[in-house]
Design a protein. Sequence first.
Length: 266
Amino acid sequence: MSDNPSSPILLFDSGVGGLTVYDALRKVLPQAPVIYAADLAGLPYGTKTEAQIAARVAGLLGRMAERWQPRLACIACNTASTIALGMVRDVLEIPVVGTVPAIKPAAALTQTGTIGLVGTEATIRQAYVDDLEAQFAAGKRLLRVAAPGLVQAAEAKLRGRPVDPALIADVHDRLAAMAGPDQIDTLVLACTHFPLLADELAAAFGNEVRQVDGADGIARRIAHLLEGQGFAATGPDRFVVTGPLAGAEGLEEALAARGFGVAEAF
């Protein structure tokens, strides 16, 4: 337990997707100081090997924890969590919260029993996802598609650039082809970037298809683990990027709206 009220929560993601977790966290822990670390130099994770992702994420989080002494770290990235969570927990001596595809809540919500899951290539092939499906979605159809293009689309959207409708249509069409005559009524957004595209996905899939992501659940988990701790922010929350600072160009409005200071380089 942290006895330093200015000790931050470290939120880590490959890019800006984890801001969906940050937004949820702000609702339950409005006073907590946060450092958001975006590994823009490593983006995208979905196309990397498991070994590359595990080594990169564990190495970066080790160095970041040493520098900032956070009270808790959250890997706000499904790909990194499903691959590197165990390794990171071995490296850090603080609580580490991961992000897993929201298969359990989706299975509880579906009426038709047919669920679509959209993630990165690396996420959808993990045994971790097989285990979640076996545990929570037995007797249901879970149809997985990789949509790496949506990560870049979400990154672009937050920078004020338009989203290519063909990318969204492609995801819809591939899932519809897999479902056949069965009606998908629930869509698991198995990447923290994807809720940033909720409007575009609703336009393609229809408002009757419920989109499920893990952000609120993660925020509740963090709040539970930090229950009873004191918080005292010493200034605005910090947004830190790996690689050239130019990678954060275009995010100024999105960051200012959330109360972050100017982007910094790690």
